[in-house]
Ligand binder design. Structure first.
Ligand SMILES: [Zn+2]
Ligand SMILES: [Zn+2]
Length: 174
């Protein structure tokens, strides 16, 4: 996900380029299991300070259901919006002073390369739901025998009521 932006840096503010992005991201992060390539379109706009990268990206990933622990696939879509700043003046070749906002992930290197890898990795991790579920009505696992309740009930269900609920149940049963 590396783009040479030397020409765009020489352009006037407001000039832009568009790219189709299609990347194999299997090596991006050990916590991400992609089932497809990362796809989308990105736009790079020359700003007064650098280059603003925007875009919408899509990828299918494998997740583990937080209720039933089964693997399932889901399509994620996320937006990219990050301003990259040059570390070298494109005209003079002089090193530019860094500001407090400059993170390595959003620096344009001395060869005028924008590398989207780290910002894509961070944005994709944020796009993954913290407690993914395989379906909205996933019934989860029996806490006692571990049976996947999506595949049917188990026999131990009724014995495992909270003792306070057990009292209530007895009252209701009477
Ligand atoms: Zn589930
Ligand atoms: Zn059970």
């Amino acid at each position: 996900m590396r783009y040479n932006v030397a020409q765009l840096l020489k352009d006037e503010t407001g000039q832009f380029r568009q790219y189709a992005l299609h990347e194999d991201i299997r090596a991006l992060d050990p916590g991400i299991v992609p089932l497809s390539a990362l796809d989308g379109r990105i736009q790079m706009i020359r700003t007064a300070d650098g280059i603003l990268v925007t875009g919408t990206l899509r990828v299918s990933v494998e997740l583990t259901c937080s209720r039933c622990a089964e693997l399932f696939s889901t399509a994620l879509q996320f937006k990219l919006e990050e301003e990259f700043r040059p570390t070298i003046d494109i005209v003079t070749g002089a090193a530019l002073p860094l500001t407090v906002d400059d993170e390595p992930a959003t620096q344009i290197d001395e060869h005028h390369i924008i590398d989207l890898t780290e910002v894509v990795r961070q944005d994709l991790l944020l796009a993954i739901p913290p407690s993914p579920v395989c379906r909205s009505k996933c019934a989860g696992l029996c806490p006692t025998c571990g049976k996947n309740w999506n595949e049917g009930r188990c026999d131990c269900t009724h014995d495992e009521l909270d003792p306070r609920l057990q009292v209530l149940k007895q009252l209701l049963d009477e």
